[in-house]
Structure formats: C-alpha cells, structure tokens
Ligand binder design. Structure first.
Ligand code: SAM
Length: 271
C-alpha cells in the first residue's frame, strides 16, 4: 500500500488517491502502455499510475489542476527530465490539440475527479479525431451510463454521444477500499475507443447533439413532446418511429435518423 504522506486530499479537486497495488497493476495491464506511444494522464495526483506509465513509455504528458502537487510530481519524476511534461491546467479547458502536433494519436488515461467526469468526457469526445483510446476510472454509475443500451434506466445523452463516437468497453469494478480517502460509491474502469470511421454518421453532428439533448430534456415525456420545438410529429412518424414512445427506448440508429430529419427540416425552412 502506498501512503500519500505530506498532502492532504482535497475534496474540491475530487482527490481520491489509488492505493491498492493490485488494482494499479490491473489498470496498467488494461492500458498496456508501450514505448513510442503518446500517453496523456489527466489528474496524476501523487503519481499512483504515473510511475508505471512513465516506466513503460519513457515519456508522458500530464494535466493536473492542483498547483500544490506540481513540485511533488517534478521531484518524484525528476530523472525523466523533459520527457515528463507537466501541464498545470484545468483539463476541462485544456486544448488537447496542442499535444497532438507530432501526429501520434493520443492515448488518454486517468483516475478522473468524479465531480467533472461527465463534462470532461464530452470535452474529450469533441477531440476524438486525435485520440487512439481512453482508459478512465469513473464512478461505476457513470460507466453504466456510458455503456447503457436502449430500454435501460441508465440510457441517455452521455451513452448515446459516447457510443456515437466510440466503442465503449466496461472493464472491471473497483471497490472504495482501493482509495485514500475512500469514496462513498463503487468505481469502474472503462475503455473508450474512438471509431476511425463512424459506423453511423449524422449529416450534421451539432444537430445530433441538439436533438439528443432535447429528446432527454424531460425523461418522462414522449418524444413528440420533447422534440416539439425541433421536429413535427408527422416527420417523426415518417421515419417509422412512434412519436408516443419515451426517448430511452430509441436506438442510436433512430437518433441519427431523427437528427438527419431535423437537419433536412431546418434546411427546407431556410430555403
Ligand atoms: N491519479 C491519481 C490516483 O489515481 O491516485 C489521482 C486521482 S484523483 C481521483 C483526481 C486527480 O485529478 C487529482 O490529482 C486532482 O487534483 C486532479 N484534478 C481535479 N480536477 C482537475 C481538473 N479540472 N483538471 C485536471 N486535473 C484535475
């Protein structure tokens, strides 16, 4: 067990440090870092995963918000010199394109701060063209949402947009005992692999995002009601989709079809 001496975990930064060597090894085996790959760790904290990532790749970029951790990391990984690059920044605002300049795709990893994990995943999905894969520790409930299928209660905007861009693979559950301090809920590791060629492609991705957001604006309402401002019920029916059903019953394919109808509807309005 590792003990994060000298640093008091900060709740507002979502700091739950990994302590269990067995879990750390299992995560690293799942990531399978190799020399020559461009890995980026979000929220290295006290370096629980960083050490093995650096050892395997020989270089690493990290994005860490907590200023107090920067000198700790610098000292700990001093021997890697300029091959260990620390970006003191908010990962939510960080421009990941600046790391992709050498044309190697990014492999993004992190035991993410739970308070920002959903917006951060959306932020990274918007950079998915630069990314080879992502491995994250998240609240198990968020992994359930990422992987959820139509009809399941966890199915919604996060899962639909993640599955539009990526293959989503939940890997394993991690108990609160693996951390210090212990979170209140179970965590899980997930792998997200952006598609090089999207299996389903919307005419306009901003329209897809807007439509999915509207469809789930009120979960208990029907598609007809939630989509009223965007698409007339007759145009929903024309796709062989029942406007009377709830949005959580619809497949990704149906959402793409609805988004395309919405795009066409807008185009015909402006003509
Ligand atoms: N990787 C370490 C581990 O596994 O023990 C720490 C994980 S801890 C759950 C989350 C880390 O993300 C902390 O180091 C925290 O300071 C950092 N963090 C929190 N908010 C952040 C943000 N907006 N951008 C970048 N890092 C952030």
């Amino acid at each position: 067990m590792k003990h994060p001496v000298g640093h008091r975990a900060r709740k507002r930064f979502g700091q739950n440090f990994l302590q269990d060597e067995h879990v750390i090894r299992r995560i690293i085996r799942s990531i399978h870092p190799q020399p020559g790959q461009h890995l980026v760790e979000i929220g290295p904290g006290l370096g629980a995963l960083t050490e093995e990532l650096l050892e395997a790749c020989g270089e690493l970029d990290v994005v860490e918000l907590d200023r107090d951790l920067i000198p700790v990391l610098r000292t700990q990984f001093f021997r890697y010199e300029e091959r260990f690059r620390i970006h003191q920044a908010d990962a939510l605002k960080f421009d990941f394109t600046q790391l992709a300049e050498d044309s190697r795709p990014l492999r993004i990893v992190g035991n993410l701060p739970y308070n920002i994990s959903t917006p951060l995943i959306f932020h990274l999905l918007s950079h998915s063209g630069l990314i080879e894969d992502m491995h994250f520790m998240l609240q198990k409930e968020v992994v359930d949402r990422l992987a959820a299928q139509p009809g399941e209660s966890a199915y919604g905007r996060l899962g639909i947009m993640a599955q539009y861009r990526c293959r989503v693979e939940p890997l394993f559950v991690v108990s609160p005992h693996a951390f210090h301090p212990q979170p209140k809920v179970d965590s899980a590791i997930v792998r997200l692999v952006p598609y090089a060629d999207l299996p389903l492609k919307a005419r306009n991705e901003a329209d897809l995002e807007q439509l999915v957001r509207a469809a789930f604006s009120m979960r208990r309402k029907t598609l007809r009601n939630n989509l009223k401002p965007l698409l007339p019920a007759a145009e929903i029916e024309a796709l062989n989709i029942d406007p009377g059903i709830r949005p959580e019953r619809l497949s990704l394919e149906s959402f793409v079809a609805l988004a395309d109808a919405f795009s066409r509807h807008k185009e015909s309005d402006t003509r």
